[in-house]
Design a protein around this ligand. Sequence first.
Ligand code: SF4
Length: 273
Amino acid sequence: MLNALAERAHLAKAKGSKLRGDVSSLTRKISSLKLPHMEKLEDIPLRLDLGEIKKKLHLNRTGGWDLGEALLETARAAIRPRAVYKVCYVEERVEDSVIIDGICFRSRVLRKNLEEVGRVFAYVVTIGKELEERASSCEDLLEKYFFDSIGNVALVKARKYLEDQLRSRFALDGVSFMSPGSLGDWPIEEQRPLFSLFEGGEATIGVRLSESLLMIPIKSVSGIYFPTEITFYSCQLCPRERCEGRKASFDKKLVREYGIGVTEGLSMDVPYV
Ligand code: SF4
């Protein structure tokens, strides 16, 4: 198929400029056939350590928790970490928007981050609904909180696994990500165009968007990974105080460089994003 298209492209080119349209259309078809499009990662291996979870829950300071190992075992059995990602290409940059695979994303920050970038990786990661169901059937509030926290830790690790896979598969040195809802500048409404990139591929890992644009299962994250020399964190543009999930200090100078206001920097997300 590739050879046949390449031959047609070559012949069309030889016939002169009036066939230039055919050539570029065939070239586009060839390059789209070469793309590794969408890929699913199943049974993502996760190492969940009780010490790490206890630290997150500040249990070290309160003298520990005997049930911890048993609950962690239950949680491990209920977690189903999976991911889907799609290799996409930046086609155009227009004012405060960027067009990726024909889909328009409205965000000044995303557009600036993709200024020099050609290839990006749209992703959805989930740990499934089983842990959530286990937590909601729990009457003990501390146990519920434990399951919720371990779910957050697992989700972050699952996304890190995807990130490591992208680094090694595509020989990327540095990568950063942005998620719809992670900044006022890129609101949750942008989940719609993001999910449209997958054309239903997210359903293969059991994720869907609710009418209010939340992902179901709740313990899911989505966004776009892109190559960077210096790691970008949405937290740098987010002035929220006392956030446990903060990964980088708020940077007023960077906010000015991105040309956004405080509202556009304020995150709407949950702290593990
Ligand atoms: S809410 Fe917290 S985790 Fe989210 S961007 Fe702001 S500082 Fe970072």
